[in-house]
Design a protein around this ligand. Structure first.
Ligand SMILES: [Zn+2]
Ligand SMILES: [Zn+2]
Ligand SMILES: [Zn+2]
Ligand SMILES: [Zn+2]
Ligand SMILES: [Zn+2]
Ligand SMILES: [Zn+2]
Ligand SMILES: [Zn+2]
Ligand SMILES: [Zn+2]
Length: 278
């Protein structure tokens, strides 16, 4: 499938114009919390555009949106490894090997393609730098980017060991957060992930630390899910409801099943659904 330039002009949208800002102010702002729930599929790479990407391009005339990074990719490419022809930006349809680095390019991934020689060049090689989405996350004062290979290490959000893709700060190198944890929702209904075993009428709000002084001021509460204390957990993320003094470790409150993330194929379906209804 050829990637074609869109026929209408696109506008750059900033989903978090006040970034970075104080956590406590942040908690009370309904518009920012609802902005954090924003997601829509990117019409070039098929992955979701989320609040954490901060910037995206949007068409004012139709239902068309692009990640800022995907928008900025050039449509054609002259590459030193293949000077005979100009390559074009394509969305890959079946798994292919990159002509340069020999790594696989997966289905639906963007790549550069020479239609004459039927060869593909991955975006990493095509751009001579990684195809990284920068994440503007309220937990950290600098932008974060995904490390481009799998790691097995402790996550700075939940304190647990994970295997997979981690996000890292490239300014201070201090923050390593597992991809599933970094996208956990700001506002969570605990009963949705725990099969109603734990129930709380108010949504819990995600905060990025539970300082000792704060714990003491609240009479050293225990986690409502596992009943363990928060000692040694000062720097990790907590879901809480201050009204009810309800606190839970990030990993106790948040389970994979609770967070409804639409996969590329599902987001594609929802687009068709949109057309069917008209
Ligand atoms: Zn994209
Ligand atoms: Zn349009
Ligand atoms: Zn490559
Ligand atoms: Zn060629
Ligand atoms: Zn984690
Ligand atoms: Zn940093
Ligand atoms: Zn717990
Ligand atoms: Zn409550």
């Amino acid at each position: 499938m050829v990637v074609i330039q869109h026929e209408h002009p696109l506008t750059l949208v900033d989903l978090n114009p006040k970034y970075p800002r104080d956590e406590y102010v942040y908690d009370d702002e309904e518009d920012l919390i609802s902005n954090q729930a924003f997601q829509c599929p990117c019409d070039r790479c098929d992955l979701n555009i989320t609040f954490f990407h901060r910037y995206y391009y949007k068409c004012n005339q139709c239902d068309y949106s692009l990640h800022k990074l995907c928008y900025e990719l050039p449509i054609t490419l002259e590459h030193t490894s293949h000077l005979a022809h100009t390559l074009s930006l394509f969305q890959n349809e079946s798994q292919q090997e990159c002509h340069v680095c020999k790594y696989y390019i997966w289905d639906n991934q963007l790549c550069y393609y020479c239609s004459t020689c039927m060869l593909n060049i991955c975006l990493n090689c095509g751009k001579n730098k990684a195809h990284h989405h920068t994440i503007y996350h309220p937990s950290h004062e600098h932008p974060l980017i995904p490390i481009n290979r799998e790691n097995s290490m402790m996550c700075d959000a939940c304190g647990k060991h994970h295997q997979g893709i981690f996000y890292q700060c490239i300014t201070c190198f201090l923050s390593f957060i597992y991809e599933d944890c970094i996208f956990s929702p700001k506002r969570l209904l605990i009963q949705e992930g725990t099969c109603d075993k734990f129930f709380h009428t108010h949504p819990l709000i995600l905060t990025y630390g539970f300082p000792i002084a704060d714990q003491q001021a609240k009479f050293n509460p225990r986690c409502r899910v596992c009943d363990k204390s928060f000692s040694g957990y000062e720097d990790f993320w907590v879901y809480k409801c201050e009204k009810c003094r309800y606190y839970a470790h990030h990993h106790c409150a948040y389970s994979r099943s609770s967070y409804l993330r639409s996969k590329p194929s599902e987001s594609g379906k929802s687009k068709y659904y949109f057309f069917e209804r008209q």
